[in-house]
Design a protein around this ligand. Structure first.
Ligand code: LER
Ligand code: MN
Length: 272
């Protein structure tokens, strides 16, 4: 299990990111704070100089675990379930651009809020589900050609009405049937939606590709009342060898939260 830290450029409406600033500077900052891996949340990958980023990462011996894509929905309002074909096509195109960057950086690409909401009417929901599945299948096939994996995130009911629980996301993944797309859990969302976090992890072991760590209050791990010991124990039991990214509010401040969150998780891992 490898620990990653979230980074974003400033100015997005999406708040729970640990370090916000110039990407290359923030990669250096993550390294100073003891991380070897980062998760980059990027609005438009075309604005990124991938070669300069790869050079900085190589120089520091760092890796990119994952690319977060939700800013395209939050800031640009492009998403898969849209009834406007231009909007859903723009969302697919944006994910393909992320996949091209991910190939250069060796990262996976997150499908979170960009999947969009459901209309909330049983008949209309069927159409939206079909549109989301079609968009995601196109992204998955493109990603497979580029040897990139996609992670489908279950997000709590107060942020979306589409794929709130791990079980719902797994059912959707089964219908999609693309081996390069897996389940993405987030302990903050799980704390709202799941009965038992550790059992959910065990139940989903064959699908799990990525996990976000945040405490009950969305502060970094160790600042709330979530039982991370049982979460990490379940991840160890299923022999989860992929990344865990701290995606939390930058509290009490970015540096202290990033450092103490890492120390807290590493301390628990050592005791397992
Ligand atoms: C949204 O709350 C979230 O957890 C992000 O990871 C979405 O991409
Ligand atoms: Mn998340």
């Amino acid at each position: 299990m490898k620990l990653s830290l979230t980074i974003s450029a400033p100015g997005s409406r999406f708040a729970p990111i640990m370090l916000q600033g110039d990407y290359l500077e923030m990669i250096r900052e993550a390294h100073r704070l003891g991380y070897e891996t980062v998760e980059l949340h990027i609005r438009d990958p075309k604005t990124i100089d991938a070669d300069a980023m790869a050079r900085t990462l190589d120089e520091l011996g760092m890796k990119v675990s994952t690319i977060g894509t939700g800013q395209a929905y939050v800031d640009d309002r492009i998403y898969f379930t849209s009834t406007d074909p231009e909007v859903s096509a723009a969302a697919v195109q944006r994910i393909k651009d992320h996949v091209r960057l991910a190939t250069k950086l060796g990262a996976a690409v997150i499908i979170g809020t960009i999947k969009g909401p459901l209309p909330g009417d049983p008949e209309e929901d069927q159409g939206a589900l079909a549109r989301a599945a079609k968009c995601l299948a196109e992204c998955a096939d493109f990603a497979a050609q580029h040897n990139v994996e996609l992670t489908l995130e279950a997000i709590n009911r107060y942020e979306t009405n589409f794929l709130n629980t791990a079980a719902e996301a797994v059912e959707f993944l089964r219908g999609l049937d693309r081996p390069n797309v897996g389940l993405h859990l987030d302990t903050f969302h799980m704390n709202i939606e799941e009965v038992d976090l550790a059992q959910t992890i065990r139940d989903c072991r064959h699908y799990l590709f990525h996990i976000h760590l945040a405490d009950s209050n969305r502060w970094p791990p160790g600042y709330g009342h979530l039982d991370f010991e049982s979460v990490l124990k379940a991840l160890k039991d299923i022999q989860y060898g992929r990344y865990m990214a701290i995606e939390s509010l930058p509290r009490p401040n970015p540096q202290e939260g990033a450092r103490r969150g890492r120390e807290y998780i590493q301390g628990l891992l050592e005791e397992l």
